[in-house]
Design a protein around this ligand. Sequence first.
Ligand code: ADP
Length: 477
Amino acid sequence: MKVLIATPEAIPFVKTGGLADVTGSLVRELIEMGVDARLVMPLYREVKNKLHLNDTGHRVTVPVGNKKYVSRIFSYNESVFFLECDEFFDRDELYGTSYGDYADNAYRFIFFSMAVLESCKVTGFVPDILHCNDWQTGLIPLYVKTVYRKPFRRTATLMTVHNIGYQGIFPASAMPLTGLGPELFTPEWIEYYGQVNFLKAGIVAADGVNTVSMNYAGEIMTEQYGFGLEGVLKNRARSVTGIINGIDYSIWDPAVDGSIPANYDAANISGKKKCKGYLAKGWSFKDKKAPLACMIGRLSSQKGIDIFLDAADRVFSLGINIVVLGKGEEALHKRLKKVAKRYPENFSLHITYDEALAHRIYAGSDMFLMPSKYEPCGLTQMIAMRYGAVPVARATGGIADTVEDYDHLRGKGTGFLFADYSAPALEECLKRAVCVYTDRTRWEGLVKSCMEADFSWTSSAKKYKALYRTLARKVAR
Ligand code: ADP
């Protein structure tokens, strides 16, 4: 079975969020399982600058609007392909800056979607499965069903929705740029309230649709979580599945992690105390022994930063220290900076993207705060658990599928969950966690349960392989 994963980002090349972890880990796992899998992505500046790539000698020409773009195809380790177009991808960021998206994102990802299909033709790798990820690749399934039908008639497409909050919605004027006929500008296809919606195109046209947790698969068919696409998804309910992401154990393993000051595992967590001690060095925490909770992630309203900010005064009165590592919306940066000023002895704020620091924070923290408004899967709570940082999180999306609320009577569970999206609910939950923290035996048992939970990629990759098989059979019929 030939599989091509088309994605706007993947580790270890470029990453803005969990999507990169998923695509990069999945392709590697599939190859290890013997699948003929490849990955294709845009050639961004960051990749060009840091890697020596092989020029395959293949070129594709892609028309977007009135202009034709010639793209060189580069490869890395024979399984990852990069499509070059400096006009679109030789930039500092992937999709935009903290002030907003790039104005030409429609052009950029129309180009990429078509270039993926053209590259299959010129390289002769016409896959059985074309696995598309998020709105940036949403046009691909529609192209395969229409203008590219002939060369891809045996190709099944899978559209994975990693986050339905990002849909790639553009004005109707983007329609002619796509090269698709105007007859597709209807509610059955790409049209969405008078605009063009790339993710919707993928959902309606793909042979299969999946998302990154079972719980989120159900949630996105509701008004609360569907971001307007709930009806479209309900129409396809029989083809929508959920597969939880794994985490990459070669990157996230406190027993061998070279970025942390002391290694440890579930059998002996003494190294974790050292990690905590080292972490706070140089920070101005007054009581360095107080419980330390961390937040790591994109600073976007999705992540529940606003309820954390609303709860801040009462949270700090619980006698805990908090460290935040993240980057995102300017307005949230400002509000967080204000809190950091108010609580210099309890709060350490790092507005940056820093992977090594993220490893040290996961290892040195007692708790992981995740008050997400919605969370398709969430990798950070799983990484945190692997490093023995107990989640204090909102039971939404993949969090509800991966964290088991602590049952005080039975001494069982892997974290503390709350339901309401509100500051008081977050506070109450954190209070519960702090209370258990004071009982060392209980807490260490909880830390161990977290560390022993299995979030390896192996079982998720097997599920993808099974789904690919089902879709390939569907198309062969
Ligand atoms: P999302 O995809 O919504 O951004 P996930 O929880 O799925 O969130 O994945 C986030 C990934 O990005 C995790 O691997 C997390 O450690 C990493 N990450 C997020 N923000 C930062 C940051 N500021 N510095 C380092 N790593 C980060």
